[in-house]
Structures are given as C-alpha cells and as structure tokens.
Design a protein around this ligand. Structure first.
Ligand SMILES: NC(=O)C1=CN([C@@H]2O[C@H](COP(=O)(O)OP(=O)(O)OC[C@H]3O[C@@H](n4cnc5c(N)ncnc54)[C@H](OP(=O)(O)O)[C@@H]3O)[C@@H](O)[C@H]2O)C=CC1
Ligand SMILES: O=C(O)CCC(=O)C(=O)O
Ligand SMILES: [Mg+2]
Length: 421
C-alpha cells in the first residue's frame, strides 16, 4: 500500500483478526504510532526504547515490534498542509492495523479545532476508554493508604457532551434552538435566553449497554468483586439516570443479575468461579468523596464520558498522578492505546516529564496482543526504578531522598533494569 507520507517498515506484517475476533499476531507486527504534540516528542521516543528493550529481553530477538509513524496534530499540518490535523490515511491505517498507540494531542480552549483525541475515538467508534488505576509501591501519594486504590475505569467514549453538539451564544443556531425549546417543547427555564450558549448531551441505551456489557464481562474475566455505575442521575434523569437504569436492566437480562437490598443494587454469580459480583451505583459527587475515604469499596467503574474524564484524573492523582496513568480506547476489534495526560505545553521538548503514562499504555498494548512476558518485564523494571528513587520531577518533588532524572534518563534507567533482569 502506498501512502502520501506514511513510510511502511520494510520488515513486519499486519496484525489480523481470526474468525472469532481474536487477534492473529505475527512475530514482527507493524504498530502504528502517533508521536503527539507538546511533550509527545519527549515521551513517545522513550516509550519506544523501553518497549523495544522489554521485547528483546523477553523473546531474545524472536519477536520485535515494527513501529510505523502515522501523523496527527501539529506534525500532520506540517506534512499534509495547514488544515490537515487528522489526515484520512491516519484513520485508515489505525483501523486497518487494529492495534496502535498515540501521544497526547492539543485541543484549543473556546474556539479552534474540536478535539482530535475525541474525533479519533468517534471516527473509529472506540467506545470504551479503559483506564486502570494501579499503585506502584514507593510512588508518592497524598493518601495515607494508596495501595487500597485499585480500580479499572470503563469510561463511555462515544456520547455525552463530548459529541460536540454545541451552539455559540448569540448565534442564529442558538437563537433558533432556544425558540424551538420555548415554543415547541415548553422549556422556559433557560435563565438568560439571549446570551446562552447551548450544549446537547446525547446518551443512548445502545451506547450505555455496550459499555456496561464490557465492564461486567471484564469483572467476570478478571475475578473482580463489583461493578459500580457512576452517574449524576438525580439531576440529569433521562441521560445519566437512564444510564443507571439501562445498565441495571442489561445486567439482569444478559448476566442474570438479581436484585438485592430491596432492589437498590444487584448481584450476579461469576460463571467462572461462582463468586458474587455486586452491581452497584453511586452518584458522581458522592463517589468523588468516597474514593478518597473508602476506595477499597470500589473495583470496576462504568461511567459516562465527562464523569470518566474527571474521575480518571482524580484517581490518577491518588496513585502518583497522570505522569504514570495509562489508558486505551477500544472496541471489539480496534485498540488505540494512549497516555491519560495532555500535551503539558510548558514542558514540551524539555526532556523533563514522566514518560510512565506512555510506557504503561504500551505495557497494556503488549498485554492486549498476548506478549505478557514483555509486559511483565516493563512492570518489574518500573517497580525497581521507582524503588531506587531515581524519578522524574513529578515524583521527586513529593518524595524524600529522591534523585531527579530527566524523561530520557528515567527511560534509560528502565532499560538498564530490563537488561539486568
Ligand atoms: N488524550 C490527550 O491527548 C489529551 C490531550 N489534552 C490536551 O493537552 C493540552 C494541555 O492540557 P492540560 O489541561 O494542561 O493538561 P496536561 O495533562 O497536558 O497537563 C496538566 C499538568 O499535568 C501534569 N502532567 C502532564 N503530563 C505529565 C507527565 N507526563 N509527567 C508529569 N506530569 C505531567 C503537569 O503538572 P505540573 O504543572 O504540576 O507539573 C501539567 O502541567 C490541551 O490542549 C488539552 O486539550 C489533555 C488531556 C488528554
Ligand atoms: O481531547 C482533549 O484535548 C482532552 C481529552 C481528555 O482530557 C481525556 O481524554 O482525558
Ligand atoms: Mg482528561
């Protein structure tokens, strides 16, 4: 295949799908990557060095990832033209190669382009944003018992106010819509109708069910004690409240969950081991309090898009910050791994930030393609590096006796630990 700017590696094959939707992974799979804006130039190359070292260590040269750079964000505009933030060939390649990884991409506030991150998720219909929250011993935390925080967030990735249906205050569209709301729907509660911008929050039964189905299946497959649906359904009854109701209905219908506590919550038996899995719910503001006070009560979290954005960043702070918080955008066939943090522009190009979020996202990628030995190697090296207290600024400033190292310095330390393992 000839692309406009993408160079296909001379070695390597595509990952393909088997008939049952499992992955067929060659020993030299081509992995598309987006470097990312801002600190993307710092963290992406370090991530690749660490992953290559882990794969080499685990498989002694029998397996290797063949990286293929694809473009989005500012780098794409330099190659493809001033408005080409997300070239079509990037979308095609990511879809076709099934497994990819990306650095952060800039989104301007107020005006300008809509989020490329959100656009990628929407165009590829990657409806699960999976963000595990795990604690590495020795990581500085504001909590007294950070090891009690052990959650996996399933953030709905395709709906909610991230759909980008917004109308600017004072525009023709906003005026028309307010008129329609007042005249046709009797909605007269817009407090300042002449100066209001409007945003629409679509939340569907299909969108909710496919997300909650994945969260419950994950709890079954990974022997987790509960799935909590987090929503603000007391206020937003037909969007967030419906998310809870549709999620509970699905748990009953597809997983045989039964009502407990007079129907307040549900319980199902894990078919793999007969253990109970509680299906609970919690209102978002209460949840944000409880994850600080009683994190041990929460395990798998299923929530809407905006809640998931807030919750994943708050929980990341409990276990060391977004410098080491990994993530993935998934559907049944395509997976795009990505750091949870953004482009941190003030640190861009300074070889300063923590590459851990990108590296641990790549660790998830390795596990996703079944290369668990290489993934384990990364986790072991990460644990050793943190315990040696040679860490980037974000950890160093909260850790007594730490030696501050650069972004690439931390990567080099990981490679050292991998090679010595
Ligand atoms: N998926 C994506 O691509 C995302 C993109 N964005 C975009 O990124 C841009 C900047 O967003 P902003 O809100 O500033 O959020 P950022 O996540 O980019 O940065 C906020 C703060 O988080 C800390 N931080 C971020 N990355 C790291 C890291 N690797 N290591 C250590 N600390 C880190 C820094 O804290 P401190 O100042 O304390 O050192 C930084 O100032 C925006 O355009 C936004 O839209 C945002 C989130 C996700
Ligand atoms: O797309 C963006 O700019 C921000 C996205 C974000 O905050 C996230 O995915 O967590
Ligand atoms: Mg975010």
């Amino acid at each position: 295949m000839n692309y406009q700017h993408i160079q296909v590696p001379s070695q390597g094959q595509k990952i393909t799908l088997n008939a049952d939707n499992t992955l067929n992974v060659p020993d030299h799979p081509i992995i598309p990557f987006i470097e990312g804006d801002g600190v993307g130039v710092d963290v992406s190359p370090v991530m690749r060095r660490v992953v290559d070292a882990a794969v080499a260590k685990a498989y002694g040269g029998a397996r290797k990832l063949e990286w293929m750079e694809v473009y989005a964000g500012a780098k794409a505009t330099k190659l493809y033209g001033p408005n080409a933030w997300l070239p079509a060939e990037t979308i095609d390649v990511v879809k076709e190669h099934l497994v990819s990884i990306k650095g952060p991409l800039t989104t301007p506030v107020g005006g300008g382009i809509r989020s490329l991150n959100v656009t990628l998720r929407q165009q590829l219909d990657l409806y699960v944003c999976l963000r595990p929250i795990q604690y590495f011993a020795g990581v500085p935390s504001p909590l007294k018992e950070p090891h009690k925080t052990n959650m996996v967030i399933f953030r709905e990735n395709s709906e909610d106010i991230y759909a980008g249906i917004e109308f600017q205050a004072d525009s023709d569209q906003a005026r028309k819509l307010i008129q329609f709301l007042q005249d046709e729907l009797g909605a007269n509660k817009v407090r300042f109708p002449h100066t209001s911008g409007l945003g629409i929050k679509p939340v569907s039964r299909e969108g909710t069910e496919r997300l909650v189905r994945q969260a419950i299946q994950y709890a079954i497959d990974h022997d987790k004690p509960s799935v909590t649906l987090v929503h603000k359904g007391n206020i937003m009854k037909f969007t967030e409240g419906a998310f809870r109701d549709w999620g509970f209905d699905l748990a009953k219908r597809e997983f045989g969950a039964e009502e407990i506590d007079g129907g307040v919550w549900l319980r199902l038996k894990n078919p793999n081991n007969g253990k109970n899995i509680a299906i609970k719910d919690c209102i978002t503001d209460a949840f944000l309090q409880q994850i600080v006070l009683r994190p041990i009560e929460y395990s798998v979290i299923a929530t809407l898009n905006l809640n998931g954005d807030y919750i994943s960043e708050a929980l990341a702070a409990h276990v060391g910050g977004i410098g080491i918080a990994p993530g993935a955008n998934l559907n049944e066939t395509v997976a795009m791994f990505e750091a949870t943090h953004g482009t941190a522009p003030k640190y861009a190009g300074k070889d300063y930030v923590n590459p851990g979020s990108m590296i641990l996202s790549a660790e998830m990628l390795l596990r996703h393609i079944g290369w668990t030995e290489a993934a384990d190697t990364i986790i072991q090296a990460m644990t050793k590096s943190i315990q040696s207290k040679h860490v980037t600024y974000d950890f160093a400033r909260m850790m007594e006796g730490a030696v501050q190292v650069s972004c690439s310095g931390f990567g080099a330390l990981l490679v050292e630990h991998i090679e010595q393992a």
